[in-house]
Write a protein that binds this ligand. Structure first.
Ligand SMILES: Nc1ncnc2c1ncn2[C@@H]1O[C@H](COP(=O)(O)OP(=O)(O)OP(=O)(O)O)[C@@H](O)[C@H]1O
Ligand SMILES: [Mg+2]
Length: 630
């Protein structure tokens, strides 16, 4: 028998096997037994090692897109922005705002801001420095007297910074180039991600289709120009997409569709930022606190599982601190008087000033002199002197007293809500919930627990749960979300009725107002089911993202948590450890790094959603394959 004959025979055998399997499936369906829609496919016949350099990890932030091959040491970071050329002449210039947002101009905004700042000041004044001496109080007026009389010095009559050249009328520009498009040119500026979600709004470019088109263009540009991957080769590539812990399922579904169908990746894995953060930092369990540019998320992760009840997302981040710093500097007579929050180059300058000057170090007190330069297109380079005092400490402290942001009438705190269901997924959570019969469920659950013992991964060692098992369990048992998660969610299995109740109470209690970062952490840890988990979380608070990257943040946060944690835990927890630079890495790229680690785990092979599966089964694949409860 020749090799070709053998291959043909093998092929025929496989074909027969498949037929048999199909028949079996049919029989089972007729008997009412649900199976996962597709077994986790490891492409046959080669169960070859997936090459990590053919996996692209994408971490889309509200401000920065981070992307790279899983084999890269660091991702590329691109401002997540696009400038689109106007379709018709005379179209009005439109720009998504970087630092301005809704809710700042309400009648109560100013009062709320002042009250928030008063609280910040009280804390600053009441706390002694590490040498036991009280801080020298400085008023904004003292700095103002000096700053008011400052005039800039011209360092160079020509900044040599140019507006982006648009003479060849490109249809779009991405990243830095988009930021430097002259507002007088016929382009509109869009940031397609806002506070962790697709930036959907009623203005130009605010539709779901437009936001997705912007994402696709930016990502395609980054792949081609920065990672040098031709789009036609994407069929050889796979993609790991990092999503926020509290995500908009509809948005995730659309983005996955874009990656697989429009861009043509061969397969996709979707995973949560917080879990990836633990992978990236090499910690098995942590309370992950991600302070980004526009959102802050807190979540307790244990052995690769993010506890649902502990997830919290706050609608503020580094950009709100920047805006607050600007107000404070204005109060202190900021000498660059033309500075405008509506001008994106001014916003970039303000972000830089915040990053260079602000701190959370109680020991820095009194007035200090600083200088900064403005370097804009068509302008001279100007040097300004600037005297500042407590403004530099007050601004970052607003993350702990978010009333000081002066945002009124906006939803500031989000907790995890039950899925509303998806019309494309006949077995979505909604269906499972409405069809479940309690009796049926408990009897089935008992049988099935015997049939499907807890997979090994749940016991703590492995990072991933086995998604195919999960699919089996969730579907076979016909469970609703909470019950399904009890079985599949590892430590979440212990989510007791009291934890569920406290989540419900928290929802009504918190959603209307903004919790400070420290309170959000305490709430998140308190929502964990067992004291043992809570103890673990207090001992390992992992701070990532760029928003709290201030000098002194680690000690500051540690001090606040120690002071505020329930006394019963103070004796249980040996040390409240706040980690800001795990493995000495930049906290802004740790989640991305975790995505790259995920790409190389054996267990990940079962999480891939392949293009053809997606085309056939759509969103059901997310529920089947995601390593978390979709
Ligand atoms: N050295 C620094 N000191 C203080 N803040 C910093 C520093 N570096 C960056 N930031 C701030 O971090 C924020 C960006 O953080 P990050 O890159 O984590 O955001 P993102 O992931 O794009 O946004 P999000 O998580 O909100 O979707 C910006 O507000 C930036 O000013
Ligand atoms: Mg982020």
């Amino acid at each position: 028998m020749t090799q070709t004959d053998r291959d043909a025979e093998n092929g025929r055998d496989r074909e027969k096997d498949r037929e048999k399997e199909k028949e079996k499936e049919k029989e089972k369906e007729q008997r009412g037994v649900k199976r996962p829609i597709v077994p986790a496919a490891v492409p046959e016949p080669l169960q070859e090692q997936i090459q990590a350099n053919f996996i692209v990890v994408i971490h889309p932030g509200s401000r920065t897109l981070r992307m790279g091959r899983a084999t890269d040491t660091l991702p590329i970071s691109v401002p997540h922005v696009i400038a689109r050329r106007h379709k018709q002449g005379g179209q009005r210039h439109y720009e998504d705002q970087c630092l301005l947002r809704d809710g700042l101009n309400a009648t109560e905004s100013n009062e709320q801001r002042q009250n928030g700042l008063k609280m910040v000041d009280q804390v600053i004044w009441s706390k002694k420095m590490s040498n036991g001496v009280r801080r020298t109080p400085v008023s904004a007026e003292q700095a103002r007297l000096y700053n008011r009389q400052i005039r800039p010095a011209v360092l160079d009559p020509n900044s040599k910074v140019n507006w982006t050249n648009t003479s060849h009328q490109p249809e779009y520009l991405v990243g830095e180039e988009a930021l430097y498009v002259n507002p007088a040119d016929c382009y509109s500026i869009h940031w397609p991600v806002c506070r962790g979600h697709l930036n959907i709004h009623s203005g130009p470019g605010g539709s779901l289709t437009a936001a997705l088109a912007d994402l696709e263009t930016i990502w395609s540009h980054a792949l081609q120009k920065l990672l040098e991957i031709p789009l036609k080769d994407l069929k050889y590539y796979r993609c790991i997409l990092l999503i926020p812990d509290i995500c908009n399922r509809q948005h995730v579904k659309e983005v996955v569709n874009m990656l697989l169908v429009k861009m043509g990746f061969s397969a996709v894995v979707v995973h949560q930022e917080s879990v990836c953060v633990t992978f990236g930092s090499g910690l098995s369990s942590a309370c992950v606190v991600d302070v980004g540019d526009q959102k802050t998320s807190v979540c307790c992760v244990e052995d690769g599982v993010s506890h649902r009840s502990s997830r919290l997302c706050l609608a503020y981040g580094g950009s709100d601190v920047t805006r607050c710093f600007f107000w404070l500097m204005q109060r202190a007579g900021f000498p660059y008087r033309e500075c405008q929050l509506s001008n994106k180059l001014d916003c970039m300058l303000l972000q830089q000033l915040k990053e260079s000057f602000c701190h959370l170090d109680q020991d820095i007190s009194g007035l200090q002199d600083h200088e900064f330069r403005t370097r804009f297109p068509d302008s001279p380079v100007l040097l300004y002197q600037l005297r500042l005092g407590d403004e530099k400490l007050q601004a970052p402290m607003t993350l702990f007293y978010p009333a000081a942001f002066g945002i009124v009438g906006q939803k500031m705190t989000s907790l995890l809500h039950r899925s509303q269901g998806d019309t494309e997924d006949p077995h979505d959570e909604h269906f499972l919930l409405t069809t479940q019969s309690k009796q049926d469920q408990s009897s089935k659950a008992t049988t099935d627990r015997k049939l499907f013992p807890k997979p090994a991964g749940f016991e703590g060692e492995s990072n991933m749960c086995d998604p195919s098992e999960k699919g089996n369990l969730a579907q076979d048992l016909d469970l609703g979300h909470a019950q399904a998660e009890c079985l599949v969610g590892g430590a979440d299995a212990e989510e007791t009725s009291s934890a569920l109740l406290s989540r419900k109470t928290a929802m009504t209690q918190f959603e209307g107002r903004a919790l400070g970062v420290d309170k959000a952490i305490l709430h998140s840890i308190d929502s964990c089911a067992s004291d043992e988990t809570k103890r673990k979380m207090y001992s390992c608070i992992l701070l990532v993202g760029g928003g709290l990257l201030f000098h002194g943040a680690q000690e500051f946060l540690q001090h606040r948590i120690l002071n505020k944690m329930p006394p019963s835990f103070r004796c249980l927890v040996e040390n409240v450890d706040v980690i800001t630079r795990p493995k000495d890495m930049d906290p802004r790229v740790i989640a991305w790094k975790g995505g790259a680690v995920l790409a190389c785990l054996d267990t990940t092979q079962e999480l891939w959603i392949h293009q053809r599966e997606w085309q056939r089964f759509g969103v059901r694949m997310l529920r089947e394959r995601a390593a978390f409860v979709w």
